[in-house]
Write a protein that binds this ligand. Structure first.
Ligand SMILES: Cc1ncc(COP(=O)(O)O)c(C=O)c1O
Length: 401
């Protein structure tokens, strides 16, 4: 397919032959990626070619990206300016950004917050600023690509510990005599849907003088503290928010908006303003997105959407158990449910079959996950109806047989 798509003149160009060769290799190994186009239709269905489908691959866990009241306010918000057209430290900062940062500080119970253009850049921005040659970063093996790339950009010594294996982490931390140490994990892991045990991790960080960073892109706004009745993410879920030195998150998942943020002490935020190149050298997040994120945050605080989501998660597990579909871990409150298939080809085939039957469930392959650990990553939303979840699992069950 790669060869077919390239024009003859492209093929004649010797200087790009290695690029073509690599794409052909990816295709042979079932690792070739291409962009598929999905357009949102009314009633929250998606249109993909001639298919009308339900989306089970979005990170819009609370359904806020299509919230009617937020959409109605969009025109009002965008009246004055589309883009900031400048970086934060030139002329891009505004009262709306400042207001969102204050709201997020109160959401995370930290002194300060910095909004970044997205979560990917927030990870690059924090790690590249806080790490250097005299720093060791201890990073969970399943951490997101943006954390891996941030580690590389930081020039730190990187120590990867097996997923959630804290005894090996402690060994690595203790035998390392370097002065500055950072531990970084995700709150809810993006491709496995499981939690990091932050209670234990915060203890390890404290005992060993490590800076603890939690990227909570998938737990934020979804889980929180039952007693405090907040949805401030996994640190709050484990009741250790104050032990986390740097909270990193995305506004593009549970909040249904766009952007990223870092909440921390005033000291660390001041340091980032001065040292974080992905913060300094790019245009600011537009005002209208900040305003909408602020309004979405107010909806999140009510907690009604989370209850619907938890209900859907419980329902999903009940039905999947009835169908006895194998290789699914039951994790309460996690909207990410991977079904491990193994072979990349098989996972792609099942995903395509589901698409033809009206369901979009993306197959996730290497390098996002390990080779031969390809999976269907189902993500649930508060917007899904019970009969839609039931139909998905019924169809999947028939395909798997
Ligand atoms: C754990 C994690 N961190 C960061 C990001 C990047 O966030 P954003 O999409 O806002 O760039 C993602 C995106 O999927 C993620 O899964």
């Amino acid at each position: 397919m790669v060869l077919e798509q390239n024009s003859n003149s492209d093929r004649q160009k010797g200087k790009t032959s290695h690029i073509e060769k690599e794409l052909v290799r990816l295709e042979k190994e079932d690792l070739y990626r291409q962009i598929n186009i999905f357009d949102v239709e009314k009633e929250s269905t998606l249109k993909y070619n001639e298919y009308r489908i339900l989306n089970f691959s979005s990170n819009d866990y609370l359904g806020l990206s299509k919230n009617k009241s937020l959409l109605r306010q969009l025109n009002q918000q965008i009246r004055l300016q589309i883009s900031q057209c400048s970086s934060r430290l030139i002329s891009g900062s505004s009262t709306k950004i400042d207001k969102l940062e204050k709201s997020l500080s109160s959401h995370r119970d930290t002194q300060s917050t910095l909004v970044f253009p997205n979560g990917y850049m927030a990870n690059l921005g924090v790690l590249s600023a806080l790490g250097d040659k005299e720093t060791a970063i201890f990073s969970d093996r399943l951490n997101h690509a943006s954390i891996i790339d941030g580690c590389k950009l930081s020039n730190s010594q990187v120590n990867v510990f097996p997923h959630n294996n804290f005894s090996i982490l402690v060994d690595l931390v203790k035998k390392n005599s370097i002065k500055k140490k950072i531990i970084i994990t995700e709150g809810i892991f993006s491709m496995d849907g499981d939690f990091s045990n932050l209670k234990e991790l915060s203890k390890i960080s404290k005992e060993n003088d490590c800076i603890l960073i939690v990227d909570d892109a998938h737990g934020d706004f979804i889980v929180g503290n039952n007693i405090l009745k907040n949805y401030s993410g996994t640190p709050s879920f484990f009741n250790i928010s104050k032990e986390v030195d740097v909270h990193i998150s995305s506004l593009s998942k549970g909040l249904g908006c766009y952007g990223g943020y870092v909440s921390s002490s005033t000291l660390i935020c001041k340091y980032l303003v001065n040292k974080s190149r992905p913060f300094i050298f790019t245009s600011a997040l537009p005002d209208f997105l900040c305003e909408l994120a602020n309004k979405a945050l107010a909806i999140v605080k009510k907690g009604t959407r989370q209850k619907k989501l938890y209900d859907n998660i419980d329902f999903f597990h009940k039905i999947i158990e009835e169908y006895k579909i194998p290789n699914v871990k039951k994790i309460r409150f996690s909207p990410i449910i991977p079904i491990i298939i193994g072979s990349e080809k098989k996972a792609m085939g099942i995903s395509m079959e589901l698409l033809k039957k009206g369901f979009h469930v993306q197959a996730i392959r290497y390098p996002t996950v390990d080779k031969n650990k390809a999976r269907l990553r189902i993500s649930l939303s508060a917007e899904h109806k019970k009969h839609q979840i039931h139909n998905l699992l019924d169809t999947l069950n028939r395909i798997l047989k």
